[in-house]
Design a protein around this ligand. Structure first.
Ligand code: SAM
Length: 439
């Protein structure tokens, strides 16, 4: 029955949405070829791509979709309704936000509903609800507020408190955009930008215009560049490791920053707690023809001779990455922030103890939460009289003055780097601080 064109992609999308929002799985993990259980078995690359588009936009606009459906399903859905709700959400995502023809979105949702024996009787309801959604589409879209509707309430309240009403809205709007890809090149960024038909950003990354499959782009096979959000490329630039320097990358996998440090000629020790993720790091370095000493271990208890430079890209809530990974908004819970902050403190303490006097340490997180950023650095400075901030000049990295706070730390909000084309603007939310060691 799944043989009907496009049906398998819709069924997969609905199941994966449920896995993420109810089961806490991540978007990337659900689309790995060895994901278990696999929702993608038998799907060709086109259908996999379609399933991913549906899931991604449904997660990005989940609140708006649920609000619209709640107004259309007046009596609410039955309890324990299996995949019924997720089929409706996947179909609504197509109707409201994708180019799918309306009749296909409705027909395939009805067919998907009939596949589940206990829900087969709701096929007419699905048909009626989705037809009403099509009729009232403009009304629902014009009423949608990115902060109030598409950001979980606990995060929206946090960002309002921390950044204020306007900035919180700008953050939420940026998370509604679908970005193109950024690349980091080993060298000759301007020439590669031209060759790849991309734009050289003031931050030094190339922002692609097209969406060709990555391995088919010039320079991929030769290992001339790698995919890395432009914000994620800044910490290694700011560390500015010199050729021959002994540098530690303490939370290294999958290795975007290790590659930058190795490409700069540093002798890099790449440590990560996850052996699995280090396999990806090894494979990435092999393609790029770059080298690092790879080590599996806990950065909070890592032992080594002191380093001249250290990069700490700590595990974090990743709330800054919701443009590319909207699942973070729905899989993170309020308690995660304090738990991650405790780990970050331990890693940062250990990292500072491994820094040579006169050395430089860059600490970063792709989180918007101050407990994981500003507060970590302030507390480290209180605990260590030998630690000093080394202020970062945003202009030196192509960033506007407002990217830095009064302490000279970068607080990158995802709505930075404006552009009239929504796919071309923004960057991952990051916090980046640079420290020195006096003695
Ligand atoms: C933000 S990711 C690093 C991304 C990486 N720096 C890059 O640019 O590709 C954080 C990493 O920290 C690792 N990690 C988590 N806890 C750790 C610990 N206690 N010690 C070392 N690594 C840890 C995770 O496995 C994960 O790979």
């Amino acid at each position: 029955m799944l043989a009907h064109p496009g049906l398998a992609a819709r069924v997969a999308a609905a199941s994966i949405l449920c896995d993420i929002v109810q089961g806490g799985h991540t978007l990337d993990e659900r689309f790995l070829s060895d994901a278990a259980p696999s929702r993608l078995a038998g799907l060709d690359p086109r259908d996999r791509g379609l399933a991913r588009s549906i899931v991604t936009v449904a997660l990005r606009r989940l609140g708006t979709i649920r609000l619209a459906l709640s107004q259309l399903v007046e009596k609410g859905l039955p309890r324990n309704c299996g995949m019924l709700e997720w089929n409706l959400i996947a179909a609504a995502a197509q109707i409201l936000f994708l180019d799918t023809p309306d009749h296909a979105a409705v027909d395939l949702a009805v067919r998907a509903t009939r596949l589940e024996p206990k829900n087969a009787g709701f096929a007419n309801l699905v048909n009626g609800v989705l037809r009403n959604l099509i009729r009232r589409r403009d009304e629902f879209l014009s009423q949608s507020d990115p902060l109030d509707d598409d950001i979980p309430h606990w995060l929206a309240a946090r960002w309002r408190r921390i950044y204020g009403e306007d900035a919180a809205h700008a953050i939420a709007s940026a998370f509604g955009d679908e970005p193109t890809l950024d690349l980091t090149v080993k060298a000759d960024a301007a020439a590669w930008a031209e060759r790849l038909g991309g734009r050289l950003l003031p931050t030094g990354s190339i922002r692609l215009e097209s969406h060709a499959p990555i391995p088919e782009l010039p320079g991929y096979e030769e290992g001339e560049w790698w995919v890395q959000d432009t914000a994620a490329a800044l910490p290694a630039r700011i560390l500015d490791a010199k050729p021959g320097h002994r540098v530690a990358d303490l939370c290294a996998a999958p290795g975007g920053k290790t590659a930058q440090l190795a490409a700069a000629g540093a002798r890099v020790t790449a440590l990560d707690k996850s052996a699995e993720r280090l396999k990806a790091l090894s494979a990435n370095l092999a393609r790029l023809k770059l080298e690092a000493a790879i080590s599996v271990g806990d950065a909070a208890s890592f032992k080594a001779e002191p380093f001249e430079a250290i990069l700490v890209d700590a595990p974090c809530s990743a709330t800054g990455t919701a443009r590319r990974s909207p699942d973070v908004l729905w899989t993170k819970k309020p308690g995660d922030i304090a738990a991650l902050a405790a780990i970050q403190t331990k890693i940062l303490d250990r990292a500072f103890s491994l820094l040579k006097p006169g050395g430089v340490l860059v600490y970063c997180v792709c989180s918007l939460e101050p407990e994981e950023g500003e507060a970590q650095i302030a507390a480290l400075l209180r605990r260590n009289p030998d630690a000093v901030r080394d202020p970062i000049d945003p202009a030196a990295y192509g960033l506007p003055a407002e990217a830095a706070n009064a302490e000279g730390e970068l607080r990158l909000l995802p709505n930075l780097l404006p552009h009239e084309d929504s796919r071309q603007r923004g960057l991952d939310g990051f916090f980046i601080a640079r420290l020195g060691r006096l003695r």
